[in-house]
Ligand binder design. Sequence first.
Ligand SMILES: [Fe+2]
Length: 244
Amino acid sequence: MKFGIFGDIHANLEALSTVLDLMKQEKVDQIFCLGDIVGYNANPAECIELLRKQEVLCISGNHDRFTSGEVDAVIRAETRQVIEYTRRALSDDQMDFIASLPEERSWQDIFLFVHGSPRHKDEYINSLQVARSNLNLLRREKPYVAICFYGHTHLPYVISSKEIITDIHYTKTIELDKKFTYLINTGSVGQPRDQCPLASCAIFDIDQHNITYYRLKYDITTTQKKIIDNGLDPKLASRLEKGR
Ligand SMILES: [Fe+2]
């Protein structure tokens, strides 16, 4: 059985379409999205419709929650502008869809899907210390979880007490060790931040217990043009080609 897993799409239709084409080609059995469907880029409605059409099991990210009502007071001006743009772009039905997303999902209690971290939906796993304390929390409170897939940082990482793999700028397969608990970030579909502009996603093979990361070229120029044409901050366009 194969899971397609990705997150942080951020309304990037060109990147999402490329990733979904790959999932179809690789005949995955179920697709999971780790949140942040909207925000930053210009096609939130179209991305929601694609995910619904393909019956992707989604959870909410902070940008989805910002859009459906819960806005952080310390949010940056350009982010606030995109939230307002996104609210105007979504139908009531699409707004209801993102408002009703769960904060986490699991598959048979063995695989957990969260946006930030197992400890908190908005926590960034951005240091070894945070990663370790979340691995400890999983072992202590959810010892049946083998892998927790997460997003939020936009950085593809494979973390366990055995190893930490961060060099995932190209398509590669990583064999996992069943003796260890893992935190796995599949990177960002629509706004990668690991200095690599390629869309990031992964396929987890349950039987082989390995994960294959895919870094995919997509039509960045079209995505950038839509950001500019819709009056969003040009910095959101330029950062896409730098992958940061
Ligand atoms: Fe995000």
